[in-house]
Write a protein that binds this ligand. Structure first.
Ligand code: COA
Length: 385
């Protein structure tokens, strides 16, 4: 009897709306301490990595568990560079997309279409999945930059066979080679967004992966999840707000208070896990301060700080990664609707690392719903309804 009770107890459904506080799986990839405001990737703090690592080193770390040696890093860079070009058919899809299309919708479609031209798309061996992760990550910047140029009636710029991912992306976007400072700033942004525990898009990718569906399906689904304004889409909304404040000549604190009074959310604030400052936001805040001095655009930093102080002072809600990344990208000359695709490009490292981890010890992810609909109804034929 006692044994039966134990079994019942073990299998009893646990209700957790929004899955808040639920630990769904074990991961060796990244860890968040929401109370202390700490983030680590495979044992290294985000501060340490942001200061010292390149994005490619972080990619290697996430995929392999250790930082690369010089020759391992060179080999990864070589593989990534070799896979930058898109199949012509995928470029044609970008050419045929309307200029008004949401860049995340374009990215989602192009990533899905890449699978048609990958002979290993359906091969689920680990080495094949590692090769696909490399191909997918390498193609991301090319898709985003090519669509951005096409929608502006410019020809896509072919990827270079040199330089970092950050360097090549900025080059393909603008058609000119970026300066060292822009490349480094962008590279740090990529480092900061590479992985973040079991966030909504990573969870999506693992749910899809857990059915033993393929990597392209899982990453396309993750892009769909990231697109939403409660997740990666928030950075675009933050910039909309800053531009609106600027255009109206509004007082940032009053602007935000009005939003709160209307029960509207202020994008770029709040987090499911952090109860204190997101450490990535702290790093980006310093970057925004430096950039706004350097570019003589101090207003973005001033508005941001006034909004942050109001949100903390009035609501005790802290900024998340999207708040300060918005003005960072803006001052790098990037269009606001590219901010979320850039997040996706960086997070592809994390999504694919999580998929490799998921498949190394797979179990179907399948929670339950509490049924709250009616019961006991009797079918009535259509003629009698
Ligand atoms: N602006 C205003 N109020 C906010 C807020 C924000 N950005 N974030 C949270 N709150 C408030 C909620 O209104 C709620 O208040 P209530 O208890 O009085 O109803 C409370 O804080 C809890 O928020 P809730 O949305 O229930 O928390 P959550 O854990 O479900 O959601 C987020 C987390 C991230 C979805 C949420 O903070 C949010 O929508 N933020 C804005 C979008 C954003 O920046 N997303 C990027 C995340 S990295």
């Amino acid at each position: 009897m006692a044994d039966q009770d134990a079994v019942k107890e073990k299998d009893a459904p646990i209700k957790a709306p929004g899955l808040k506080g639920v630990v769904a799986l074990e991961s060796e990839l990244s860890s968040i301490d929401g109370e202390k405001g700490e983030l680590i990737y495979r044992g290294y703090t985000i501060e340490d990595l942001a200061e010292h690592a390149t994005y490619e080193e972080v990619v290697y770390l996430l995929w392999n568990g250790e930082l690369p040696t010089a020759s391992e890093l060179e080999a990864l860079q070589h593989r990534l560079r070799a896979n930058r070009a898109l199949p012509d058919e995928v470029l044609d899809i970008l050419r045929n997309a309307p200029a008004s299309a949401h860049p995340m919708a374009v990215l989602r479609t192009a990533v899905s279409a890449l699978s048609f031209f990958d002979d290993e798309a359906e091969v689920m061996e680990e080495e094949a999945n590692r090769r696909k992760a490399t191909r997918l990550l390498a193609a991301m910047p090319t898709i985003i930059a090519a669509f951005d140029r096409l929608r502006k009636d410019q020809e896509p710029v072919a990827p270079l066979d040199e330089g970092s991912m950050a360097y090549n992306f900025l080059y393909m976007l603008n058609g000119e080679k970026p300066g060292e400072a822009a490349e480094r700033t962008f590279d740090v942004c990529l480092v900061l967004h590479a992985d973040h525990g079991l966030n909504a898009s990573t969870f999506t990718s693992r749910v899809i992966g857990s059915t033993l569906s393929d990597m392209y399906s899982a990453v396309s689904g993750a892009i769909g999840a990231l697109k939403g304004p409660l997740h990666g889409g928030a950075n675009r909304e933050v910039m909309r707000m800053l531009l609106d404040i600027d255009e109206k000549g509004a007082d940032p604190a009053e602007y935000v208070r009005e939003r709160l009074a209307n029960k509207e959310k202020v994008m770029g604030f709040g987090h499911r896990v952090y109860t204190t400052m997101d450490p990535r936001a702290a790093i980006l805040r310093d970057m925004v301060e430096d950039l706004s001095e350097e570019k003589n655009q101090r207003k973005w930093y001033d508005y941001s700080l006034a909004i942050m102080n109001t949100m903390i002072g009035d609501k005790d809600i802290n900024p998340n990664v999207d708040f300060f990344s918005a003005s960072t990208y803006y001052m790098l000359g990037l269009d606001p609707d590219l901010f979320t695709p850039i997040f996706a490009l960086s997070r592809t490292a994390g999504w694919t690392a999580h998929l490799l981890e998921q498949w190394s010890d797979n179990r179907l992810i399948r929670p339950r719903a509490e049924y709250v609909g009616p019961k006991g109804k009797t079918f009535v034929p259509v003629k009698d309804r």
